[in-house]
Design a protein around this ligand. Structure first.
Ligand code: SER
Length: 608
């Protein structure tokens, strides 16, 4: 089956169950300080899962491009990638376990034609420490559906609980989560078990890492919110389903290597031709998979408006592109040619043509890749010179080279070997593990709770952000465009594009307008409107975002006609601007060509 056929079947199925499509959001989540990238389909639905009404109703579905930066080092086997598409459906307080499990099973067996015997299911066995009980209800439903006892497995919170932060113990206050039930496809062939697997001594089962099973869908029963005193029920029982499109495709084609499906194969073939290597040859496989994944992720990240840099999102983009360049160097012993990379990029755009890209996108994507690769090819040479002059190569030194120049161990090893030198692998691995844990911690640390915590402070700053957005238009004119917003309990941060340069005087004026609106004690309301109508009345929208047919618009002022600010937004917000209290802009700076950043809050406290 092709990816286009699969998409069509998925969409038709959920439409036939009265679901409406929510367009996918950008890979840069807006108004959400909890995470750097969109990593799951439910990301845009967090506020609705927590209880806000959704403009499209209570049954939704979509296919969402996702990027998971924490998986960079896992890429290289037959199933892990940093970029993937998540097929999702949601019930916002409408249907629950029974309908969800039955429908998903029907989709797999009746629509896609999976053999029942090849499917295994898992359920949550409870978490006594957090007073969360065994999900016997799902077990009963699976049995009624006809799944045999020997095809149902129970696991604890590390496997059958889902939240954006992971298992119950790792969740920050305010984060929604719940038990889940996964479906696995059995390829029927046992492969090598990963030596780090916690299950390596057990007989094979769905969560075993040997490669026999592949998870193809996860129904999360989002019914809890973490609070200071444990878990509290959400206002409604929700369903959050997600299944990786690439994985379902692999299972459908009974081919465990996802890189052989039509969302990767044209990329792999193009890479074979520019590197003059063969994918079947074991020594090339891992590198070609890394390049294919990273280049695809690169293309999507650039399209989302990210540029390579040394910070946050830009850093990940830089790291991906550098790994691409290094892997090409390893395969060909030559630095990457931009022209050849762009030949591969064209194939990527073709795969997703009319879905996410148009032909014209090639020019802007090419520009970013060209500049970064030129710059890195110079570094690559510098790193090589360093290596060639290193007389006492310690493991730590080789790791530093890996860290700062993107030089992989194998490459350093090879170059040193040619010079008759070696270094301590153990020392290198130790540094590597230290770093891996640190970056895992950092990724996890992103979940400090932002909007998801719905604390009074973040809600206040969210409404203040709307006032700031409009005040920027008042003072700087119509060229203003929101580039990003990040809110914590300490302050708000707002990035914007403007052709008119701000200066001290203008910033003071903007601050005065915001405070005037706060003092006026304006009420804050929302309405559901058709998208076109919302644009017509001048509601502020995000430049790169696609919106569903029906949208929620928050407005500040007694009526929609006279409102000071109107903005496409999910909420939540304060009820009256008086709750915000006086705001101070305590810092502003230029962060790019015509791009500026403002920090503001109730106090002068600077917490970037
Ligand atoms: N949010 C869940 C996941 O990402 C299901 O959509 O697996």
């Amino acid at each position: 089956m092709t990816h286009r056929e699969l998409r069509k079947k998925f969409e038709e199925f959920w439409k036939s169950k009265n679901h409406r499509e929510v367009p996918p959001i950008s890979l840069i989540p807006q108004d959400d300080s909890t995470t750097l990238f969109t990593g799951s389909g439910m990301q845009q639905l967090v506020v609705y899962l927590l209880g806000e009404p959704h403009p499209l109703g209570r049954r939704l579905y979509n296919i969402q491009p996702c990027f998971r930066s924490q998986d960079i080092l896992e890429v290289g086997d037959n199933r892990h990638t940093t970029f993937f598409e998540m097929m999702g459906n949601w019930s916002l307080g409408d249907y629950f376990k029974k309908e969800q499990l039955n429908w998903f099973w029907d989709f797999l067996t009746k629509v896609l034609g999976f053999e029942k015997e090849r499917l295994y299911v898992t359920i949550f066995e409870g978490d006594p420490e957090n007073k969360l009980s065994h999900d016997f209800e799902s077990k009963k439903i699976w049995k009624e559906i006809g799944v045999g006892n020997d095809h149902i497995f129970s696991y604890g919170p590390s496997k059958n609980w889902w939240s954006r932060a992971g298992e119950p113990a790792k969740m920050p206050e305010g984060e929604p989560g719940g038990p889940d039930s996964e479906v696995f496809y059995d390829f029927g062939v046992k492969r090598k078990i990963h030596e780090r697997s916690p299950f390596r001594n057990l007989p094979c089962h769905p969560n075993c890492d040997c490669g026999r099973f592949l998870e193809i869908g996860n129904s999360v029963f989002m019914e809890y919110k973490k609070t200071k005193n444990g878990f509290e029920e959400l206002p409604a029982k929700n369903v959050d389903f997600g299944g990786g499109l690439e994985r379902i495709l692999a299972a459908l084609n009974d081919e465990p290597d996802i890189f052989l499906s039509d969302v990767y194969l044209p990329i792999i073939k193009a890479l074979e031709s520019i590197t003059l290597t063969k994918y079947e040859e074991a020594e090339n496989k891992q590198k070609l998979r890394i390049i294919a994944d990273h280049l695809k992720a690169t293309v999507f990240l650039i399209k989302a408006g990210i540029y390579p840099s040394n910070k946050e999102r830009g850093y990940y983009l830089r790291r991906l592109l550098r790994r691409v360049a290094v892997k090409i160097y390893q395969l060909t012993a030559k630095t990457a040619e931009v022209k050849e990379l762009l030949f591969v990029v064209e194939k990527i755009l073709e795969i997703y043509k009319h879905l996410y890209f148009q032909d014209k996108d090639l020019t802007s994507i090419a520009e970013v890749i060209r500049e970064e690769i030129h710059r890195f090819n110079k570094t690559l040479k510098k790193g090589m010179t360093l290596l060639l002059n290193l007389n006492n190569p310690a493991g730590k030194k080789i790791f530093d080279l890996y860290q700062s120049y993107g030089f992989p161990k194998e490459l350093s090893e090879e170059i040193l070997r040619e010079r008759g030198l070696t270094f301590s692998q153990v020392e290198f691995d130790k540094e590597f593990e230290k770093h891996r844990q640190l970056s895992r911690k950092l990724s996890a640390g992103v979940f400090r709770g932002g909007l998801a915590d719905h604390s009074e402070k973040t809600i206040k700053y969210h409404t203040a952000t709307h006032l700031l957005h409009q005040a920027l238009f008042d003072v700087l004119g119509e060229s203003v465009r929101q580039e990003g917003s990040h809110i914590t309990g300490e302050r708000l941060r707002f990035d914007f594009f403007s052709l008119v340069k701000p200066d001290e005087e203008k910033i003071k004026k903007i601050e005065a307008i915001i405070n005037e609106k706060i003092k006026k004690e304006l009420p804050v309301y929302f309405v559901f409107l058709d998208r076109e109508e919302a644009f017509r009345i001048g509601a502020r929208a995000l430049f790169r975002e696609k919106y569903p047919e029906r949208v929620k618009v928050y407005y500040i002022g007694p009526s929609l006609e006279t409102a000071y600010s109107k903005e496409f937004c999910g909420g939540p917000h304060v009820q009256n601007t008086r709750e915000i209290e006086p705001i101070k802009i305590f810092k502003w700076e230029k962060i790019g060509t015509n791009i500026y950043r403002i920090y503001a809050g109730n106090t002068k406290k600077l917490e970037e």
